[in-house]
Ligand binder design. Structure first.
Ligand code: GDP
Ligand code: MG
Length: 598
């Protein structure tokens, strides 16, 4: 394909502004799929993605578009993940493009994710084509949004396309704008091969599929290709593109985006950002921007039923086939038995994996308190350790200092909710760095300990602002803090799944909240149950669940025989979802619910 007929672009938008709907429209308009095939949204194809309305894995579609100038163009539309947890993947997808469609909801206007994405896009030197979507909505204010794009983002929006992805308005204009405004890729067909690995995933029929963007040279079927970061060489056995159905090709030239397979068994060998080059005529330098992704949030996953351990191992291994960014290793806990310590890119990533294990693999799981990675400096030059699990905390006497990861967060919120959001940040030990107002909205920049954010910060932010606030963050390094391990004791027994590392200043509040919630969550027993939060041997909060009176139980099991049997069955079933702690049964839900701050 001649370079000047290629256009590579992504769509950037705040969640729900219409990215997927627009992508589908573009596919439909260029004849990629029949109407019937379009009836399903194509680009968000996983069930969970659909429910949460986010895209987890990037996908690319090749479109053929005959423009008004008579030329037929190859448009590569790259869909990018829409969540902060996947920022690195997004950056590689953007690096594979020359431009972006900036989709802004005509009723909602510019939001935090719009801004964060557009700045990234500008960093990648993209030509940005603004699209004001949802103009069919009664609440649409396209002119206000046009001004907002210019004021807030600072790009020319005078010729922004007014569109409705839903009803198909403006689609031809968008296609023309892509061809006219987004530059053609540059590349040297005669130079040694350099192709960027944009994404990889596991396909049960084809094995590991690799999405690439060729920068220089040509990628051919039958070629021996070296992965420069991984240091491995593989024989390319398939080359193709998605239209969005798979189409096999013989090669991919400079500027082109497509997929390859090379009989690779494990996605961990095909790392996002790696450079592919010809084994016989290698490039001297890899492409810039490669980064090793590291999990930042860790938690334990344990089967409720100990007999499910093997099933859990198999399921986790299967999920890992498709996602090299989460880690797992076996963990044993006195109370929970055998399970896995898993690492994730963020809390959403954790929830996605946990949900898939529960839903797709039908496992009942106990998730322990998520934790970030702490750096512990041991006294007497004992060296430094990375602590992933509060249960492994060394004896406080042997600790010189503890450091925790910090983030910089940018929060975007309508003025009316600002007060409560600022308070939330303050309660979470936030340090305000900046506060600006643009057209009835505030933009607050805060430094926050990651630990204070991973639990429920996002949920709180959303509920305090009726869904209007949004935020984005990146890590800014480790800082020393007055951090201690807080244990939770149920009936005098420590429940290690609930122990966590907290800042001493917030320990009491947290401990009290935790005890209060557990009091609600743990059913009454025939005896009195003390619930305590403690630091070292010192109890800092305490609640008591009073005993259930015997005659009450007798009464509620009275009545007719079928009802009694049903109740017993229900109870038996319920029991499978409980864990015993010093003869106290704790329901599965309690573990997660207890961690949500009140
Ligand atoms: P994404 O999160 O950016 O991918 O957004 P989606 O494409 O999934 O759209 C989010 C919601 O907005 C869906 O319910 C769409 O049907 C709806 N939507 C998308 N485009 C339009 C539009 O032009 N007009 C209206 N009224 N709704 C739209
Ligand atoms: Mg989407």
């Amino acid at each position: 394909t001649p370079l000047n007929t290629i256009r590579n672009f992504s769509i950037i938008a705040h969640i729900d502004h219409g990215k997927s709907t627009l992508a589908d429209r573009l596919i439909q308009a260029t004849g990629g799929l029949t109407d019937r095939e379009m009836s399903e949204q194509v680009l968000d194809n996983m069930e969970i993605e659909k429910e949460r309305g986010i895209t987890i894995k990037a996908q690319t579609v090749r479109l053929s578009y005959k423009a008004h100038d008579g030329e037929t163009y190859t448009l590569n539309l790259m869909d990018t993940p829409g969540h902060v947890d996947f920022a690195y993947e997004v950056s590689r997808s953007l690096a594979a493009c020359e431009g972006a469609l900036l989709v802004v909801d005509a009723a909602q206007g510019v939001e935090a994710q719009t801004l964060a994405n557009v700045y990234q896009s500008i960093e990648h030197d993209h030509e940005i084509v603004p699209v004001i979507n949802k103009i069919d909505l009664p609440a649409a204010e396209p002119e206000k949004v046009r001004a907002e794009i210019e004021d807030v983002i600072g790009i020319d929006a005078s010729d922004a396309v007014l569109a409705s992805a839903k009803s198909g308005i403006g689609i031809p204009d968008i296609l023309e704008a892509i061809v006219r405004k987004i530059p053609a890729p540059k590349g040297d067909a005669d130079a040694p091969l350099k192709a960027m690995l944009v994404d990889s995933w596991y396909d049960p029929y084809l094995g590991v599929m690799i999405l690439v963007r060729v920068v220089d040279g040509t990628l051919r079927k039958g070629q021996q290709v070296t992965f420069m970061q991984a240091g491995t060489t593989h024989l390319i056995d398939r080359v193709g593109c998605f239209r969005p159905k798979i189409e096999q090709l013989t090669d991919l030239g400079p500027g082109e985006i497509g997929f390859i397979t090379a009989q690779i068994k494990d996605v961990a060998q095909a790392r996002v950002g790696d450079t592919l080059t010809d084994a016989k005529r290698p490039a001297t330098e890899a492409l810039p921007g490669f980064k090793e992704v590291q999990p930042v949030v860790f938690c334990g996953l344990f089967p409720v039923d100990a007999n499910d351990f093997e099933k859990l191992r198999e399921s986790i291994s299967k999920l890992r086939l498709n996602d090299a960014s989460f880690s797992f290793e076996m963990e044993t806990s006195a109370a929970l038995g055998f399970g896995f310590r898993c690492g994730f890119l963020g809390l959403l990533h954790l929830e996605i994996i946990q949900e898939r294990l529960t839903r797709e693999y039908d496992l009942d799981l106990i998730t322990t308190a998520p934790s970030v990675v702490y750096q512990i400096e041991l006294s007497h030059d004992g060296g430094q350790i990375d602590l992933h699990n509060p249960a492994d905390m060394p004896d406080p006497n042997k600790i010189e200092s503890i450091s925790e990861p910090w983030i910089e967060a940018v929060i975007y919120v309508p003025d009316e909710y600002l007060g409560s959001i600022l308070k939330l940040c303050q309660d979470r030990r936030g340090i305000q760095k900046n506060l600006t107002y643009v057209g009835g909205r505030a933009q607050a920049t805060y430094e926050l300990p990651l630990n204070e954010v991973v639990f429920d910060f996002y949920d709180r932010l959303k509920s305090l602002s009726k869904g209007y606030a949004s935020f984005d963050y990146h890590q800014i390094g480790y800082r020393e803090g007055d951090l201690v391990k807080m244990s939770i004791l149920v009936n005098e027994e420590p429940v290690d799944a609930l122990s966590m590392i907290v800042h001493r200043g917030t320990a009491e509040t947290r401990g009290r909240g935790m005890c209060e919630r557990l009091k609600e969550l743990i059913p009454r027993h025939l005896f009195k149950i003390p619930i305590q939060a403690a630091i070292g041997g010192k109890v800092i909060a305490r609640e008591t669940i009073s005993a259930m009176r015997k005659d009450v139980t007798a009464k509620c099991y009275g009545g007719d025989a079928t009802r009694k049997r049903k109740l017993l069955e229900k109870q038996k079933k319920g029991k499978a979802k409980m864990r015993e702690y010093g003869s106290v049964s704790i329901p599965q839900e309690a573990f997660i619910a207890a961690l949500r701050m009140g």
